[in-house]
Structure formats: structure tokens, C-alpha cells
Design a binder for this molecule. Structure first.
Ligand code: SAH
Ligand code: SF4
Length: 375
């Protein structure tokens, strides 16, 4: 019978190679055992110590007592008509086992989305439960910030989505940090997760295939600029003037367009890289031809593209944009030399907009089983 787990067993998911080396040493093992653990956990994606056959049997037994690997748990799974899978994931609150933890993580639910395509899959992950940024068009904002996710909880979403779809995986995986939360307000955990996700000796996602989206937290952008390993950067612009942006993104009062775009101009793009500006089109609010011309002026001189995202309706006082206006907006940007693309959210029939599932879960007003639950 396996020995009982120690109540203060260390959580390993999210630990870096160096942290696992130190952990091995704390068990009076040589440090290289930590590197082997790193390989088993992230490159081989083994979550059961008994299966880590690159480690000696005695160490595996010791780990079963002294350590744990906690993946987010699938609370609900919704399959959309376009094959998108949306997950409501339950986070156990890993830190609660560790009495020494300064701020034990409470249980929480978050969303993760798996989008299969012909030659790749894209996984959209959350970085916080809820969000404090308070954008007026975003349902996640109405949840408020419940808590930051740990590095393990952030990368665990990718592991769960890959494992749950293991029989239908395509050779390439893209990740986008566009689920719940503002990644640059949970900087250390997000970077901890990304270093493992983007490490060729760990999960091995190419930095060209990972995108972090921010509402424009300027100090976070400046910090990201210094990182050796970093994802691509997308900025949620969502307005064409300060007055307009103040109205829908109150964070603009703290980091107005001039400061935000100055940080973008200083951002060290790699030779293959472009900045992405996301622009949620709110019908009748920011989708006029004049807005498109202002956006073109704002991003003038930047190596950038604009993704136009028609607003995904939720229970908020905005309108979907008119298709003719969307096309006109795109045409003006392109004419002004700014590459622009229209991106429709996938999985519309399973509550596509950011935060919608969690909101339903929180309110539990509507029986979720009615929204095409998967097996
Ligand atoms: N907090 C980060 C990342 C998560 S939001 C950010 O704001 O960038 C990811 C993207 O979804 C952002 O570009 C945001 O503007 C957009 N978004 C939020 N609510 C939306 C909605 N209802 N319809 C369409 N896009 C939305
Ligand atoms: Fe937070 Fe992004 Fe939603 Fe704004 S759009 S409230 S930053 S998740």
C-alpha cells in the first residue's frame, strides 16, 4: 500500500528547474534528480510519481509522500458546433496545504478554451480568477478579482487541455493568454508559467506561438521587454482616443494612450515579430470610419497589425457592430498601411465571451446543462 501523503507535501507543478533541483536537495538527493523530475513532469507530462521511471524507485516512493502534482480539475466541459471546447476548471487552492504560505490560495473556478484547427490547436488560458481592471464591455470584469493564479495553475490549464484532447492533437500548439485576468498584474506567476511552457526542454511551445494580451499595464510591458524568454505581445487598444478609452477602460486614466504607445515604441521586437493591437468593435461607439483613421494614426510607424474583434454580446449595455461598418473599418486601416484582420470569437454557441461561463457558474441562475454539455 502506498504510504500516506504528508499534509504539508510540496506542490511541484509550476516549479522551475532550479526550484526542483533545490527541492531534490531538500530531500537529501543530488540536485540532478530535480532536473530529471523537471523532464518527467513537463517534457514527458507524467503526473503520477509511480510512472516517472527515470527516477529510482525509492525516490518515487519518497515523492509520493513528500510532494504532489495538482492539475486543475475539469468541472464542466462544453463542446461547440465549431469543435471548440470550453472548460470550466476548478482550482483546488494549492497553497492551502502549505501552512507556511503567506497567502494561501483559495479554491476558484476559471475558464480555458481549446480551439482545434486543421494543423494546430490554440489554447486560451486564464491568468487570474476574475479581473480587477474593470473594462466596461467585458464580463470577466463583473466578477471582480477573486485571486491570482499560481504558475502551476496557469500552465496546468495547458496540460489539462492537451491531455483531454490527446487523441486528436495536431503537431502545433498555440497558446494565448486571453482568458480571465490581466496577465501583467500577475507578472511573476505568469512569467514562471511561460518560462516552462516556452522551454524546449519542458513543454516546448515556440515563443512565436504564444501571445500575451494586456489591457496596457505600462510597467508590465516595460518589464516584459527585459525578459530573455517572452511571448508575443498583444495590446487591447479598444478605442481611438483617450476620452473614448477612459470611458470603456478606466485603466486608461492611469496609463493613457501616449504613455502606452510610447512603451510600445520602445518595446524591442524580435526580427520576426509584430505587435498586435486588439480592437473590440462596440457598435455605434468606437466603430466609425473616423475611429479607424485615428487608430491608423496612433499605430503609425509601429511594426504592428490590428485584430478587429466584433463585440461578443453579454448582459452589458453595448451593441454588436454592423458587418458593413466592420468591413469599412478594416478597409480604412489596410488602406492606411496597417494590416488589419477581423477575428470572430469561436465557440459562440457555448458562451464565447470572456468570463461568460464563470459568470453563469457564479450566479447558477441558468441550468448549464442546457448549453450543449459534452460527455
Ligand atoms: N486582460 C487581458 C487579456 C484577457 S481579455 C486584456 O484585456 O487584454 C482578452 C481580449 O478579449 C481583450 O482584447 C479584450 O478586450 C477582449 N474582450 C473582452 N470582452 C470581450 C467581449 N465581450 N467581446 C469581444 N472581446 C472581448
Ligand atoms: Fe480584465 Fe481584460 Fe476583461 Fe479588461 S478585458 S476586464 S483587462 S479580462
Amino acid at each position: 500500500m502506498p504510504a500516506a501523503k504528508h499534509p504539508n507535501a510540496a506542490e511541484l507543478l509550476g516549479k522551475s528547474r532550479e526550484e526542483l533541483r533545490a527541492f531534490a536537495q531538500s530531500l537529501e538527493e543530488p540536485a540532478f534528480r530535480g532536473a530529471q523530475l523537471y523532464h518527467a513532469l513537463y517534457a514527458e507530462r507524467k503526473f503520477d510519481f509511480a510512472e516517472m521511471t527515470n527516477l529510482p524507485a525509492a525516490l518515487r516512493e519518497c515523492l509520493a509522500r513528500e510532494a504532489r502534482i495538482t492539475l486543475p480539475e475539469i468541472a464542466r466541459r462544453y463542446r461547440s458546433g465549431d469543435a471548440t471546447v470550453r472548460y470550466v476548471l476548478r482550482l483546488a487552492g494549492m497553497g492551502t496545504m502549505d501552512k507556511k504560505a503567506k497567502a494561501p490560495e483559495r479554491p476558484a473556478t476559471i475558464e480555458t478554451v481549446f480551439m482545434p484547427e486543421e494543423k494546430r490547436q490554440t489554447i486560451c488560458i486564464s491568468t487570474q480568477a476574475g479581473c480587477a481592471v474593470d473594462c466596461r464591455f467585458c464580463l470577466t470584469a463583473t466578477l471582480g478579482l477573486m485571486r491570482n493564479l499560481t504558475a502551476g495553475e496557469i500552465l496546468g490549464q495547458v496540460l489539462v487541455a492537451l491531455a483531454d484532447n490527446r487523441h486528436a492533437l495536431k503537431p502545433q500548439t498555440n497558446i494565448v493568454l486571453m482568458g480571465q485576468g490581466e496577465p501583467l498584474l500577475n507578472y511573476d506567476a505568469v512569467m514562471g508559467a511561460l518560462r516552462i511552457l516556452l522551454d524546449a526542454e519542458a513543454i516546448g511551445i515556440s515563443p512565436k506561438r504564444a501571445t500575451l494580451s494586456t489591457s496596457g499595464i505600462v510597467p508590465g510591458i516595460e518589464r516584459l521587454a527585459q525578459e530573455k524568454v517572452r511571448p508575443k505581445l498583444a495590446i487591447s487598444l479598444n478605442a481611438s482616443s483617450d476620452a473614448q478609452r477612459n470611458e470603456v477602460m478606466p485603466i486608461n486614466r492611469k496609463y493613457p494612450l501616449e504613455k502606452l504607445l510610447a512603451a510600445c515604441r520602445k518595446y524591442p521586437l524580435r526580427p520576426w515579430e509584430k505587435l498586435t493591437f486588439e480592437y473590440v468593435l462596440l457598435g455605434g461607439f468606437n466603430d466609425a470610419p473616423e475611429d479607424a483613421r485615428r487608430v491608423a494614426r496612433l499605430v503609425n510607424g509601429l511594426r504592428a497589425k490590428v485584430n478587429l474583434i466584433p463585440w461578443n454580446p453579454g448582459d452589458l449595455p453595448y451593441e454588436k457592430p454592423d458587418p458593413a461598418r466592420i468591413e469599412e473599418f478594416r478597409r480604412i486601416l489596410t488602406y492606411k498601411g496597417v494590416p488589419a484582420f477581423v477575428r470572430y470569437s469561436r465557440g459562440q454557441d457555448v458562451m464565447a465571451a470572456c468570463g461568460q461561463l464563470a459568470l453563469l457558474e457564479a450566479a447558477a441562475k441558468q441550468p448549464l446543462a442546457q448549453i450543449s454539455p459534452a460527455s
